[in-house]
Design a binder for this molecule. Structure first.
Ligand SMILES: [Cu+2]
Length: 370
């Protein structure tokens, strides 16, 4: 009988202990570092190889609901953004660091938002703990236990999840190995520049005239875009939230000899990044840095709902096109960027031996000139 009681009390005690949230006190003693996020394609300053032990890295993001122009003819949607940009900013930490994010939903907004970090463990990637109504903020701390580039996105539940994502609410986190990026032999891979490209699909209703309707009121836009979204045919597939956001005068910059890390995310659809006239020297197309990078790729593959990373050292000057090599999506729908690269041309790698000119007549077999 007594044994039964003890067993019963132990069970109750165990249940109570399990119910009390377990808090790793050690992490609270770690140094804190506040990082100010920057607008993509740019990325906040960071160490590639960690110079010290784990830290708590503090980030603050504000949800901004605002009209967003998504193409060159001025088509506007009621956008939803992390920090005002599509995609949201790239957060960079090292494996073993703690990511401490404050998400602010100003009272001027009209919707509930949250954030699901694919890099985080538990509670729907944090989304279950970060649901903020207009006028609220919440803070989440999660341990970066896996190295790689990972998506984050809004996930308020039901159709609101894809709707918020196709309205702009996704971004990425990069968790670097503390010892930096390595090739499969363990050689350190360094980058001189980093760019973050977020690819988005939009589903914009058309008017009776066949032209895109600019709808800035979400309550009007949602039923229409929901209907289009369910047909899975996007009207726009873009980088950085807009057709032409990274082309022409907005081209990404680099120099011959520089190594560039390109982080690329897509929350919904698959993408096939390709650098015309260049390559992926080292590519983690699943985006996870403890898997050895593939070498010398022509086109790589970003699975919808993930991020990938490619490292390339530019060897020739000129304007390179970086696109989704589903060419219809690139050329017709917008998923295309430019790299403008300065430097010296290398004739050994490529030389125009003879410029275009009229075809030179060649004698066929059996023909003789007189
Ligand atoms: Cu949202």
């Amino acid at each position: 009988m007594l044994t039964n009681h003890i067993a019963c009390l132990s069970a109750i005690l165990a249940t109570l202990i399990a119910a009390v949230p377990c808090r790793a006190e050690a992490d609270l003693k770690l140094p804190h570092e506040k990082v100010t996020l920057v607008t993509p394609p740019f990325v906040h300053a960071h160490e590639q190889v960690a110079k010290s032990g784990p830290k708590v890295i503090e980030f603050k993001m504000t949800v901004v609901e605002k009209p967003i122009v998504i193409d060159e003819v001025g088509t506007t949607i009621p956008g939803m953004t992390y920090n005002g940009s599509i995609p949201g900013p790239l957060m960079v930490v090292h494996e073993g660091d703690y990511v401490e994010v404050t998400l602010v939903n100003p009272a001027t907004n009209t919707m509930t938002h949250t954030i699901d970090f694919h890099a985080a463990t538990g509670a729907l990637g944090g989304a279950a703990l970060m649901e903020v109504n207009p006028g609220e903020q919440a803070m989440l701390r999660w341990k970066a236990t896996r190295a790689g580039v990972f998506l984050y996105h809004c996930a308020p539940g039901g159709s609101m999840t894809p709707l918020h994502v196709i309205s702009g609410m996704s971004g990425a986190v990069m968790v670097l190995p503390r010892e930096g990026l390595r090739d499969k032999t363990g050689k350190l891979l360094h980058y001189d520049r980093i760019y973050y490209i977020g690819e988005n699909d939009f589903y914009v209703p058309r008017g009776d005239d066949g032209k895109f309707q600019s709808v800035t009121d979400a309550s009007d836009y949602f039923p229409k875009t929901l209907e289009l979204m369910r047909k899975l045919v996007p009207t726009h597939v873009v980088f950085e939230g807009k057709v032409g956001a990274l082309t022409g005068k907005n081209a990404l910059q680099a120099k011959v000899g520089e190594t560039v890390l390109i982080v690329h995310s897509q929350a919904n659809r698959d993408s096939r990044p390709h650098l015309i006239g260049g390559h992926g020297d080292y590519v983690w197309d699943t985006g996870k840095f403890h898997n050895p990078p593939e070498k010398d790729l022509e086109t790589w593959f970003i699975r919808g709902g993930s991020a990938g990373a490619a490292l390339y050292t530019f060897r020739q000057p000129g304007v390179y096109v970086y696109l989704n090599h589903m060419l219809v999506e690139a050329v017709e729908l917008g998923a295309l960027a430019h790299f403008k690269v300065e430097g010296q041309w290398n004739d050994d790698l490529m030389k125009q031996v003879s410029p275009p000119q009229p075809i030179v007549a060649v004698e066929g077999p059996g023909e003789k000139s007189h």
